[in-house]
Design a protein around this ligand. Structure first.
Ligand SMILES: NC(=O)c1ccc[n+]([C@@H]2O[C@H](COP(=O)([O-])OP(=O)(O)OC[C@H]3O[C@@H](n4cnc5c(N)ncnc54)[C@H](OP(=O)(O)O)[C@@H]3O)[C@@H](O)[C@H]2O)c1
Length: 299
């Protein structure tokens, strides 16, 4: 394991690079966008609330754009990709929700799973022909509590559990990264898929729920600035595909970025392949590129 005291000030020059950060209107996404723009990248803040996104962009020095993207709405994801022209160096799948009650999107998907897993799955697959460097998925140590359920991804056969749904969605995201990297490697692509997790960072993620109690112990947690470091590290450092980057402190809760090892369940290639197939069955053709010949996975 590589250990470091790497900080945002250590970011290499990002001039000439384009980065999309989903959920960049606050929390870790905003810090990620701000630091990448400061280092010279053109940063696209992909946000569900354009007013909030514009306010966030106004607080950032550097080259930014705000575009509407509700990752829980697969129609919005497709429309975002349809309007994208040119290449993108890095996609950061940061947007996420936690500890929310069961609700269904207009397309019938559980909102939490749609936001944390299905949307990133579709966005990544549709954008893949334009991505030149890497995809960074923002995961969580709670993936270790998760259970992959390709047979009931959409919480239709079991009682919904809001914390379980979050852990499961983050495990699903990690299995997606594993299978995506396997497919990219098999296709001879140099594009990488990596996972970063912020430890526990004092953001708005659980501000609406009793889980917010954890934010009373600020001294033990990462602030959003440190919470964004693993994402920034994964987005810019020369790391192998499917690296897992998180804080170096005890339990991976706070500290500076280092690479680590995901749970055994997150490294199970058979489950990852089954999950990919089940996801495609659930969402239909939503993640299929309109021009398959440009798809790096279709070699
Ligand atoms: N904070 C932690 O301790 C922690 C730990 C592990 C993993 N994470 C992960 O880190 C990522 C960032 O979370 P955070 O802590 O920065 O939380 P946050 O402050 O609540 O920020 C979440 C961001 O996601 C956006 N978002 C939510 N649903 C969206 C949707 N459907 N479409 C587009 N954007 C959407 C939010 O937009 P609005 O501004 O419109 O609400 C917000 O900008 C998440 O994936 C989270 O699971 C966080």
């Amino acid at each position: 394991m590589a250990k470091s005291k790497w900080r945002a000030a250590d970011l290499p020059d990002q001039s000439g690079r384009t980065v999309i950060v989903t959920g960049a209107s606050g929390g870790i996404g905003l810090v990620t966008a701000r630091e990448l723009a400061r280092a010279g990248a053109r940063v696209v803040l992909a946000v569900r609330d354009v007013a909030r996104g514009s306010a966030a962009a106004a607080s950032i020095a550097g080259r930014t754009e705000v575009r509407r993207l509700d990752v829980s709405d697969l129609g919005s994801v497709r429309s975002f990709v349809d309007q994208w022209t040119g290449e993108v160096d890095v996609l950061v799948n940061n947007a996420g929700v936690m500890d929310i009650p069961l609700s269904r999107t207009a397309e019938g998907f559980d909102l939490l799973t749609a936001t944390n897993y299905l949307g990133p799955f579709v966005l990544t697959n549709l954008l893949l022909p334009r991505i030149t460097d890497r995809v960074v998925h923002v995961g969580s140590q709670l993936h270790r509590m998760g259970h992959a359920r390709p047979d009931d991804l959409n919480w239709q056969r079991r009682p919904y559990r809001r914390q379980g749904a979050y852990s499961d969605s983050k495990l699903d995201l990690m299995l997606f990264s594993l299978e995506l990297q396997r497919r990219l490697t098999e296709a001879g692509s140099t594009v990488r898929s990596l996972v970063a997790h912020p430890g526990i960072a004092t953001t708005n993620l659980v501000s609406h729920s009793p889980a917010n109690r954890v934010n009373r112990f600020r001294i033990l947690l990462n602030d959003p600035e440190h919470g964004a470091l693993p994402t920034l590290f994964a987005a810019t450092q020369d790391l192998p595909g499917n690296s897992y980057v998180g804080p170096d402190g005890p339990g991976g809760i706070k500290g500076y970025p280092r690479t680590g090892t995901p749970s055994r369940a997150a490294r199970d290639g058979g489950t990852a392949a089954r999950l990919w197939a089940a996801t495609e069955t659930l969402i239909g053709t939503a993640a299929r590129p309109a021009t398959p010949s440009r798809d790096p996975l279709s070699h």
